[in-house]
Design a protein. Structure first.
Length: 77
């Protein structure tokens, strides 16, 4: 079973866009997902600071800045 994680922060319009796409794809495919606010971790903030949103599939970085619905679906199939 796959798992999607969205790394983002509050007030990020790209994160809002990514959240919508991830929620749609995850719901359609029955795949769990969660979201982590990088501002809650100094390590995540330093690692991903200006790359957000970052999408992880099964703990591996898949996309950053923009989430492609087609690429996400392909990675999950």
């Amino acid at each position: 079973m796959h798992h999607i994680t969205l790394l983002g922060r509050q007030g990020c319009h790209l994160c809002d866009d990514a959240r919508s796409i991830i929620a749609k794809v995850a719901a359609e495919l029955g795949i769990p997902w969660d979201e982590v606010d990088i501002d809650g971790s100094e390590e995540l903030r330093q690692k991903y600071g200006e790359m957000i949103p970052v999408t992880l599939v099964d703990g591996v970085q898949h996309d950053f800045w923009r989430v492609s619905e087609e690429r996400l679906r392909a990675a999950l199939s």
